[in-house]
Design a protein around this ligand. Sequence first.
Ligand code: PLP
Length: 389
Amino acid sequence: MTSDDMEFDTQLTQCGRNPAQHFGAVNTPVYRASTILFPTLAALDVKEGARLRYGRRGTPTTHALEDAVCTLEHSERALVTPSGVSAISNILMSFAEPGAHFLVSDSSYGPTRKFCDFVLRGLGVETTYYDPTLGERISELIRPETKLIWMESPGSQTFEVQDVDAIVAVARAHGVVTAIDNTWSAGYFFQPMTHGVDISMQAGTKYISGHSDIMLGTIACTEEIYDRLRETYLRFGFCVSPDDAYLALRGLRTMPLRMRQHHASGLAIADWLAQQGEVIRVMHPARPQDPHHALWKNQFSGASGLFGFVISETDRGRLARLFDGLQFFGMGSSWGGFESLLVPTNPTVYRTATDWTPMGQTIRIHVGLEDPKDLIRDLRTGFDRLHDA
Ligand SMILES: *Cc1c(COP(=O)(O)O)cnc(C)c1O
């Protein structure tokens, strides 16, 4: 049975494992290895072509995860890296050369921008940040030396949905490579490769892991681009521990269940927030009221548990009364685990091509797998503390 004969959820239970190769064990075991031994000189001489050669170049456990990422992202090839940021830098460095020009969406993840502004600028690569909602008008920004268009949809912290089809069409007409940060959808609700994007990366730290206990990056790509990305990967010595690869594969098995719950609970809480007097705006593209809803509906089959909202209160002391006493919402970086998180954000400092003037405090929420009734009670009590302050 080929994977094409199976539903997607079933594929995610099958990918990246072959019990017959591992004494019948259901899961691909953790292979700890640096040295890989070859039995004969002849075998050593042909090792150049072998997938297994040296621990830094991958182990059966990391190879299994790469195969699983191909299934998840509908891609021909995949690489796994030690963090989401290393996946981003791996991709950007693969197209960096003096005089090159990159187009990067203005609502890209902060460290993506920092890599462009600090590392790439020093190498002579110029970055233009573009309005994430510009669609086919991206053609006006393309130059002869434009090598790469970077997208992230929805955008970090502000959740603008990009018109990926329009941007890919322009990029293809100009022979420009496209890459997207697909972390928000987990690859479960959106497959950029099927829309013609050349490279789709994720912070596997988030929903692939799903349990807030590993750092991981994934890069899915076409066969055509793979060698170029792999060359950068090898030169930087990026490699993933087999334990982390194992945990990522384990997380992937429950991804469909988790994502459906994140979708339902996230939407319920977004709708509830929109009705509260303290909330002046909700940024959640799966809500029909959201300005990006039509584009989202066109491309995505669901929504993850991450979105934003703005409350009118901006006084740090009073905000502390809301944030400090929460029972279920943790305060901390990252997201995509089973637990809920709430953090104040400041997108204004990251925007150069577009404005973010929310007239209040922007907040990022990750709705985890707790019962939404408990989460709503926690938030309501927090808003009440805000008023009592
Ligand atoms: C967290 C995150 C990353 C970076 O992932 P790390 O594993 O923390 O390096 C990249 N992109 C987005 C959208 C993220 O939220």
